[in-house]
Write a protein that binds this ligand. Sequence first.
Ligand SMILES: [Zn+2]
Ligand SMILES: [Zn+2]
Length: 311
Amino acid sequence: MKRTRSDLLPLARALEVIGDPWSFLIVQEAFFGVRRFEAFQRNLGISRKTLADRLNRLQERGLLSKVIYEARPPRYEYRLTPSSRDTYAYALCLMRWGNEWQADAQGPPVVLHHKPCGHPLTPLAVCGACAMELRAADMEISPSTVTVPLASTNTPVRSSSRPELYTAGRPSSISRAVAVIGDRWGFFVLWLSLAGITRFDQFHEILGVARTVLAARLDSLIDLGLFERRPYQERPPRYDYCLTEKGRALCPALLAMFDWSVRWHEHGAFTASIHVLHRPCGSGLRMKVVCEHCREVVQARDVEVGAQRSW
Ligand SMILES: [Zn+2]
Ligand SMILES: [Zn+2]
């Protein structure tokens, strides 16, 4: 396989695989025990064509294995693989963010319980080296983790222009979070902000995206409360684009995505330890998601899904 520059960039690779909202939501259904086409379709309210396409992609990329369960007529089911099971930390981080920032007055739509300690589960992202909670302000992220002509990353998947589609299925903070972040540009802009980028021209130069597309994406991130515009020059008016507290709170989810990609993809000479540092201990990124109550690493098998309500 031809190695492109994008192979060096974990976030770009992760986005190809789990950044597509439908693909990611399909993997979430699989975590809930769903294995068959009809059940995925029913639970997600997704079209058959889109579902078939995403199941194929997920298989090609090693996130689902297709297993025959009936010979005549041949029928298949889809199962999680080691790499898709390992996206659990990312899902937990997104869920926590959705619960805190997107839930309504009635609280989260689903409560999870951590069986080993018996408490409701609040996932907490911590540094694998020093065990401190990972916060945006403590991370040193090199913008070079994204420097890529993004057009070269292969087979981009078009996200729906109607994000509400993603929340039609199972009530979940994850689907809400996915709908908010939107497409790959949303992820990249958020990531670059964590790396300290604030100026429109810098985003533009690094991402190589059309100015109109970038402007539209920043506007929608501002509308969603993830970014704010701060004037730094009056004439002509110029602004810094800064993350709000709500935007910074997405940091653990983005780190989890990055960390997952580093573990599961070949990145050539790329080493995460140089590009993403935890300042308090000086270690390269290695993250763990633990239960806030008992501080044990959260495993999918240890989590019980409580009652769900619609919202
Ligand atoms: Zn640390
Ligand atoms: Zn616990």
